[in-house]
Design a protein around this ligand. Structure first.
Ligand SMILES: *Cc1c(COP(=O)(O)O)cnc(C)c1O
Length: 399
């Protein structure tokens, strides 16, 4: 999964370009920067790569969600639907806009269950955020069709799926916009960083202005200090060093995905020998970024027994049913409504609780996650790592 596995001279050269100018800021300094605009170039390259019309770089995948939702007009009093299997950032960003997250079940794609989405849409639903978890596709075509029926925009959280496609179309381009993360463990990384893509120029302009204190970025003789503004903003600007690293990493993305695919095939073949095993539904194998392999056992007990053998043989798998950062029943701070705010915001307002999250509310997801085992697939699988994993899976097959 992580792009840091392939850091090399390309990233260094890009970063040195920036140091040669001394300009770390993405805007202005026209004289000094000698035509070098790394963040802008990264945005253009990312838009071209994904086939989106426009791209807006920001400081993180979390910021990307916040900026995208704000541009879509999401705020206090709204509901935003997402799935119960995601990273906490997805719903943190929703709460940060003032809206309330509503969680759906996941199905065997390990992503949003469209039937449950349909049940959870209300008059207050202002956006829908399916998450393309573990490098592969949510049922995005169905989700977009349901959302269109209700006239609700879809924001695809594509943080974990850079380089992934469905029927040849890059994930993140099906809905109104798609957000990406380039944090330290993502498929391509800039250390910290994020991107939003969209085909809607008006939406992109709103994101561009909001992420930079409302600066309208229109040409004017007074420069940046004389920029106009149409609404309040904030600061989520990416810096030039991140843009530089992003350019080098993006150029390596397809190569990383190809290497992961080859490695995933080896591990999957070994896992297929385990009696009763099934695999996560991948809607389009060709478009899978292959950052993870997820397989299911018939029940939780069997999954635990298999994982014990894998652990004993040096190749333990992740059980997201136990993972405190990615799965709804384990988000105890969400269930408790724990916040630093003195009056309980965003869970309470003026002494009244706005929302309570029952940890038992997603039973079908819990049943599924408890019997699912996951391996992260490295870009570079060493001979020794491969031998260990294949041998451990072989032992599990004999269980
Ligand atoms: C990593 C991640 C994010 C947040 O990205 P950061 O860049 O770490 O802020 C959001 N959603 C999902 C699904 C993620 O995996």
């Amino acid at each position: 999964m992580p792009g840091f596995e392939v850091f090399g001279d390309e990233e260094k050269r890009e970063v040195l370009d920036v140091f040669d100018t001394g300009v770390l800021f993405r805007y202005e300094f026209g004289q000094q920067r000698g035509g070098i605009y790394k963040v802008r170039q990264f945005e253009e390259a990312f838009a071209a790569y994904t086939g989106a019309g426009f791209a807006q770089a920001v400081t993180s995948g979390t910021a990307a969600l916040k900026v995208a939702m704000t541009a879509l007009g999401v705020g206090a009093g709204d509901e935003v639907i997402t799935q119960g299997f995601t990273f906490v950032a997805t719903w943190e960003a929703i709460l940060d806009t003032g809206a309330l997250p509503v969680f759906t079940e996941v199905d065997e794609t390990l992503n949003m269950d469209p039937a449950d989405l349909e049940r959870k849409i209300t008059g207050k639903t202002r956006a829908i955020i399916p998450v393309h978890m573990l490098g592969a596709q949510a049922r995005i075509e169905e989700i977009v069709a349901i959302a269109a029926k209700h006239n609700i925009p879809v924001l695809e959280d594509t943080a974990q799926a850079s380089g992934a496609r469905l029927h040849g179309q890059h994930l993140g381009t099906f809905g109104a916009c798609g957000t990406f993360s380039f944090d330290a463990v993502k498929t391509m990384t800039t250390g910290e960083g994020g991107m939003i893509i969209t085909g809607d120029e008006k939406l992109w302009r709103a994101m561009s202005e909001y992420h930079d204190h409302g600066h309208d970025h229109a040409e004017n003789p007074g420069g940046r200090g004389a920029d106009g503004r149409s609404f309040i903003g904030f600061n989520y600007r990416m810096m030039e060093l991140q843009g530089a690293i992003g350019l080098a990493q993006l150029a390596k993305l397809d190569g990383m995905v190809a290497a992961q695919k080859a490695n995933k095939k080896i591990i999957k073949e070994a896992a297929a020998a385990i009696p009763g095993v099934t695999f996560r539904t991948i809607l389009d194998e060709e478009g899978d970024s292959a950052t993870f392999l997820a397989f299911m056992l018939p029940d939780a007990e069997r999954a635990a027994a298999v994982n014990q053998v894998l652990r004993d043989n040096g190749a333990g798998a992740i059980n997201f049913g136990e993972n405190t950062w990615h799965f709804y029943p384990r988000w105890e701070h969400l269930a408790r409504g724990a916040t630093l705010c003195h009056d309980g915001w965003p869970f309470s307002y003026q002494g009244k609780r706005r929302v309570v999250y029952d940890p038992m509310a997603l039973p079908r997801s819990a049943e599924l996650m408890d019997r699912t085992l996951v391996y992260q697939i490295p870009v570079k699988l060493s001979e020794q790592q491969r031998t260990t994993m294949v041998a451990a899976l072989g032992r599990a097959a004999d269980l």
